[in-house]
Design a protein around this ligand. Structure first.
Ligand SMILES: [Zn+2]
Ligand SMILES: [Zn+2]
Length: 123
């Protein structure tokens, strides 16, 4: 079981069940919303419990929505319509997560101001 929260504590969540190795997303939407990169893992919706009135969803495309705290702005969740899974921000996990980064995604969209040199798979 993992616990997570936004910066102000207005949104909290718990994750049960196995947590896949997180990815680091380099797409321009994640970079804009997070300020740099966004690392997340994902679980079936049934394994994620979210509480907090300040949670807001921004529909970033016809297919996907991005969940964030309307009070402090923390970017917490990403969800694709009809997929039945929700991605949650690794940076929002409180305490040790027990997982290790697995891969980089959307690296074709990465910014030109950094390099990826940790040897993990890139796509
Ligand atoms: Zn907050
Ligand atoms: Zn992204």
């Amino acid at each position: 079981m993992l616990n997570g929260s936004c910066l102000c504590g207005g949104v909290t969540f718990t994750v049960s069940g196995p947590v896949p190795g997180p990815s680091v997303c380099h797409c321009s939407q994640c970079r804009k919303q997070s300020g740099h990169l966004w690392s997340s893992s994902h679980v079936p919706d049934a394994d994620l419990t979210i509480t907090g009135d300040s949670l807001r969803w921004y529909k970033s495309s016809d297919l996907a929505a991005r969940g964030f705290c309307g009070t402090c702005g923390s970017f917490l969740f990403w969800r694709k319509a009809g997929e039945g899974h929700t991605s949650f921000a690794m940076g929002a996990i409180d305490g040790p997560s027990g997982v290790t980064l697995a891969k980089h995604i959307f690296t074709a969209d990465k910014g030109d101001y950094y390099t990826i040199d940790d040897g993990l798979p890139q796509s």
